[in-house]
Design a protein around this ligand. Structure first.
Ligand SMILES: Cc1cc2nc3c(=O)[nH]c(=O)nc-3n(C[C@H](O)[C@H](O)[C@H](O)COP(=O)(O)OP(=O)(O)OC[C@H]3O[C@@H](n4cnc5c(N)ncnc54)[C@H](O)[C@@H]3O)c2cc1C
Length: 465
């Protein structure tokens, strides 16, 4: 098969590449290869079964058209300060300008007009004052909240638009490798599990998301694609009653706080806050169960959840952050008999595990019912655990009650961003014709920034026509 452009992965980075290429009048033939299903055929059985079915060969939550975005909460972060390090590559000005442009595309396809977190109220000033006193930085970030249901219909509209415009999308096909001739990428190998095919293309765009990060790392090693070990985030998902987070939820919707707590002074931050939301489980292909969180526009719980993440970097003699985080995850899963572990903050401070019956005594009831009560400290590295404990204590000054005894900590929350592919500002790797985008490239960490990278890629390819 011959195509002008082949895009691996139909997450936001991949689909916005195709979308912008069309919007710029590009007439190149485009193939998107996606190992999961179309939006309308993505079905997570958890709603019916009440538990994660550990679907094989892949998890429908993170795989399929719109990638990890379709079933996610769909919170679009509208500030260049949030969503990854792309601004370091392309400049803060262009990043913000493209966020504003991409946001308009989301609106065209049905995103809600509402933006959270833009008022400068007295309450917001008070939150910032308390954060300063606690040694935390409050990052301003307006949020457009799609909600899980709306995100699905929006991405369905984009899927139909692309198909009607002539973009070929091969669902159920996985890219296995690149076709290289010397220092030039000539295409890819793809398979539907039965037969391998080759696709020759002038431009190969790899946008395989977090799930495809370790695959891309292997390709980098095999084909000498210039890269460097990136960061991996290890942390927990914290769950408290809505009453505790009420002011922050109302004023900021999403509080983005960053701190460098003693004794290690590593960067620790809050991430993905879900007022009235639900804690969820994701399963990676290698059976690793990790915790996440999401919220619905209409269905609300009595709790708010938010991730607390610590960044880890490695250099010599060990430089495999993904492998490190996987080991932490595996150990935690082992202690939870394959389930997510949950522990009360008070029990961590008291040095004891949490028992299932103790979860019933509290105001806060876990929204992930199949989480196993236990001892997350038995698997969490000392450095990460201290970072989390001290960050939670600092958060308590900003949000009184956050460090309550009954506060729930779910583990493992792992973010695999590592393996940063070295590229110039036009997303050219050292291999001619090969471009790496989105979360798997190590440059983005969110829906909007991945979409922005896609938009800029689409423009670059359109200009080369
Ligand atoms: C539960 C959950 C909630 C989230 N909530 C938010 C949120 O509210 N706001 C936010 O900004 N971000 C959120 N995120 C993160 C966000 O979804 C990602 O940052 C974003 O989707 C990254 O886009 P991407 O295009 O780089 O990759 P992805 O969206 O991960 O898409 C990559 C695609 O590539 C496909 N793929 C992988 N390998 C191959 C292969 N070899 N061959 C073919 N196809 C392949 C995958 O199936 C996938 O569909 C959430 C993530 C999860 C899991």
């Amino acid at each position: 098969m011959h195509k002008d452009v082949v895009i691996i992965g139909a997450g936001p980075a991949g689909i916005f590449t195709a979308l912008e290429l069309l919007r710029k009048g590009g007439r190149q033939s485009i193939l998107i290869v996606e190992k999961g299903q179309s939006v309308e055929n993505r079905r997570c059985p958890k709603g019916k079964l009440g538990r994660c079915a550990n679907c094989k060969p892949y998890c429908h939550i993170t795989t399929g058209f719109s990638g990890a975005g379709a079933f996610s909460d769909g919170k679009l972060s509208l500030s260049y300060e949030v969503g990854g390090d792309l601004p370091q590559l392309i400049g803060e000005g262009l990043a913000q300008e493209t966020i504003d442009y991409t946001d308009k595309i989301y609106l065209e396809f049905g995103a809600s007009e509402e933006i959270e977190g833009i008022e400068e109220s007295q309450e917001k000033k008070d939150i910032r004052r308390r954060a300063i006193r606690a040694g935390l930085k409050l990052v301003d970030c307006p949020i457009r909240h799609l909600g899980t249901e709306r995100a699905q219909s929006l991405y369905l509209a984009i899927e139909k638009y692309l198909q009607q415009a002539g973009v070929e999308i091969r669902f159920g096909y996985e890219c296995t490798n690149l076709i290289l001739e010397g220092e030039t990428c000539k295409g890819v190998y793809i398979t539907d599990g039965k037969m391998e095919q080759t696709v020759q293309a002038k431009h190969v765009v790899v946008a395989t998301g977090r799930r495809g990060a370790d695959w891309l790392e292997r390709l980098c090693a095999e084909h000498n694609i210039a890269h460097q070990p990136g960061t991996v985030d290890i942390g927990v998902r914290v769950e408290v009653r809505n009453e505790v987070m009420e002011t922050v939820n109302k004023v900021l919707y999403e509080s983005k706080l960053i701190g460098y707590p003693p004794p290690f002074k590593n960067k620790v931050r809050t991430f993905c806050q879900n007022p009235g939301g639900f804690v969820s489980q994701e399963n990676y292909d290698n059976d690793l169960a990790v915790v996440n969180g999401h919220s619905y526009k209409d269905l609300k719980s009595e709790n708010t959840n938010v991730a607390i993440l610590c960044s880890h970097n490695f250099s010599v003699p060990f430089n495999q952050p993904i492998a490190y985080a996987q080991k932490v995850g595996e150990l935690t899963n082992m202690l939870g008999a394959g389930h997510i572990l949950v522990q009360r903050f008070g029990d961590i401070l008291d040095g004891k595990r949490t028992w299932a019956k103790e979860l019933h005594y509290a105001n806060v009831k876990p929204t992930l019912p199949d989480a196993e009560a236990g001892d997350i400290t038995a698997a969490m590295p000392y450095r990460s655990m201290m970072n989390i404990i001290n960050f939670i204590k600092a958060m308590d000054h900003v949000v009184p009650g956050f460090a309550a005894e009954e506060t729930l900590l779910y583990s493992p929350e792992l973010k695999f961003y590592s393996n940063r592919v070295k590229m110039d500002a036009a997303f050219n790797t050292n291999i001619q014709g090969l471009h790496c985008l989105g979360d798997s490239s190590g440059w983005t960490r969110g829906l909007m920034m991945a979409s922005v990278m896609g938009v800029l890629m689409g423009r670059q390819i359109a200009e080369k026509e």
